[in-house]
Design a protein around this ligand. Structure first.
Ligand code: NAD
Length: 523
């Protein structure tokens, strides 16, 4: 069977990972082609910027209408190119993009508008200042294969509505979805040069990082993210890095086992575990450990595997052999170190070469790879804890800090514990879905990345912040300008006392010294 990617004479072949069917054959963009695409985007961007927020929002509204009309075709393409169930393509990709468009349509004007700045310093009172948000120019977006529509599309909508041009380099495993997205955007009224897709592998991505982009939004693995961060840093190109995760799920002793186990099964096995926010580690209070494992294993066994286009399928294949082999290595390492496989644990060749079943491991420890490295597959390793502090310590014992979840009937307790977990998102009594909340910032701490996408913080990443101030007393020389002198120094000291001295008496005395011409430098 063909692998998803075959680079021969710079050709990419997109393959359905469930069936091996060839979906398309494309040519990789060369380095000069990438550079030229960015040059074209740069020259088209000023006109797009000058269109203004209101007109760009109108284009987004049209895009939203077109996507809603074509939702089934788009979701089918996602299902065929990544292998995920059609239902998941709708619920975790198409809806996310439609709702993201809704968020920018409703909020771009408010969030991107000028913002007045008040001045507390006495000597700066005469100034009228404002924050002006301006598009960077060309935003480069490099994205992975696991959410090949929702990830780059939501980032693109934010960049476009802010007035940037965008050049996207989708994953080499899922190029067709971004090409379909480009059709929708162009049909909606985004000029062809303002949104471009360049197809290719890592070297094409590297060419985009080196091209004349003014901002880079990268989503992918920690290893690639670090490499890209260095390249961009050398040129001082600002970056957002959305990288891997190893999300913990904490089940406290007062949790509802029925709810928590259903959440764990969905959170660990949605998209065959290939989600950055997947539940990758389960920590369950010892009093619930066995009932939780029993429930999780029972529910995992009921999941139906197969081609995602079959509506009766819950879980599709993994994207490719390399990802499947990482899963096998982690499970083997765990077994060797004493973990028990409660269900799953061996690939399913009868379904196709890329199928691996929902797998639940018990008796895991933190010296196993399955608890330390990102597995990115359908495996849920679970260990018990006795005390709350121990659960927090285990959750934080990781190089990653993307998401986390806590299951408890006590909301206040859950929210208090959330503050102690090092992560970009903590959900109480739910898993994974933070990415689908358009208002919520998405991103991580530690090795999980830098910066945020989505919501107001994601929009803020798409603009340069400029401070503009005009003087209300333009005919007056400023107190701090030349020339200096003894009288000037006394007045400045008086002014400092007037504003910052501890006692009222000192402040009054300071005011007296400051008076007498501090603002009256001779014109
Ligand atoms: P990857 O790092 O292998 O590739 C990501 C993208 O980077 C691809 O488009 C690839 O072609 C490109 N690339 C590779 N080398 C490059 C280079 N040297 N210069 C420029 N571009 C280069 O990751 P992947 O396997 O596609 O995706 C899986 C990873 O993505 C997982 O670690 C997952 O956790 C992470 N991810 C994170 C988020 C998030 O929001 N934090 C979301 C989805 C996936």
């Amino acid at each position: 069977m063909a692998t998803n990617l075959q680079v021969a004479a710079r050709k990419l072949i997109s393959v359905n990972p469930a069936t091996g069917e060839t979906l398309g054959e494309l040519t990789c963009a060369s380095e000069p082609e990438v550079r030229e695409a960015v040059v074209r985007a740069r020259s088209a961007q000023p006109e797009w910027r000058e269109l203004g927020i209101r007109n760009r929002v109108t284009v987004l509204r049209e895009f939203q209408r077109l996507l809603c009309e074509k939702k089934s075709e788009v979701a089918q393409l996602i299902s065929r190119e990544v292998g995920k169930p059609y239902a998941e393509a709708l619920t975790t990709e198409v809806i996310v993009v439609l709702d993201s468009a809704r968020f920018y349509i409703d909020n771009a004007h408010r969030l991107l508008g000028d913002e007045p700045v008040g001045h507390g310093s006495l000597v700066m009172k005469p100034k009228s200042g404002r924050i002006v948000r301006q598009p960077y120019g060309v935003v480069g977006i490099i994205s992975p294969w696991n959410y090949p529509f929702a990830t780059p599309a939501t980032e693109t909508l934010a960049a476009l509505v802010a007035g940037n041009a965008v050049v996207v380099k989708p994953s080499e495993f899922t190029p067709l979805i971004m090409l379909e997205f480009a059709h929708l955007l162009h049909d909606a009224g985004v000029p062809a040069e303002v949104f471009q897709v360049i197809v290719g592998d890592g070297s094409t991505g590297a060419a985009l990082v080196s091209a004349d982009i003014q901002k880079l939004i990268f989503t992918g693995s920690v290893a690639t993210g670090k490499r890209i961060g260095q390249m961009a840093g050398a040129r001082l190109v600002p970056v957002v890095l959305e990288l891997g995760g190893k999300d913990p799920m904490l089940v406290l002793e007062d949790a509802d086992v029925e709810i928590a186990s259903s959440a764990a099964v969905w959170g660990a096995f949605v998209n065959a575990g290939q989600a950055c926010l997947s539940v990758e580690r389960g920590y369950v209070h010892r009093s619930l450990y066995q009932p939780f494992l029993d429930a999780v294993v029972g529910k995992a066994k009921q999941l139906r595997m197969g081609n995602g286009m079959n509506p009766e399928v819950d879980m599709g294949p993994m994207i490719h052999q390399r990802q499947l082999e990482i899963v096998e290595q982690h499970v083997e390492d765990a077994k060797l170190r004493g973990a028990r496989v409660l269900t799953g644990g061996t690939r399913l060749p009868e379904l196709g070469p890329n199928f691996y079943p929902p797998t639940v491991l018990a008796d895991v420890t933190h010296d196993m790879r399955i608890m330390r490295e990102e597995t990115f597959g359908p495996v849920l390793p679970v260990m018990p804890f006795d005390r709350e502090d121990e659960a927090i310590q285990l959750a934080n014992d990781s190089e990653f800090g993307l998401g986390a979840s806590i299951f408890t009937r006590d909301r206040a307790r859950g929210e208090a514990l959330a503050r102690r977990i090092a992560a970009g998102t903590v959900l109480i009594n739910d898993v994974v879905c933070g990415f689908g909340i358009s208002e919520a910032p998405h991103g991580g701490v530690k090795s999980s990345g830098i910066g945020r996408t989505h919501g107001s913080f994601g929009l803020e990443e798409m603009v340069d912040i400029k401070y503009v101030a005009s003087d209300r007393l333009p005919g007056m020389k400023k107190a701090w300008w030349f020339p200096y002198g003894a009288a000037f120094t006394r007045q400045i000291e008086g002014l400092l006392d007037m504003q910052f001295a501890a006692s009222l008496k000192q402040r009054v005395q300071g005011a007296q010294r400051a008076a007498g011409g501090l603002f009256a430098k001779k014109l």
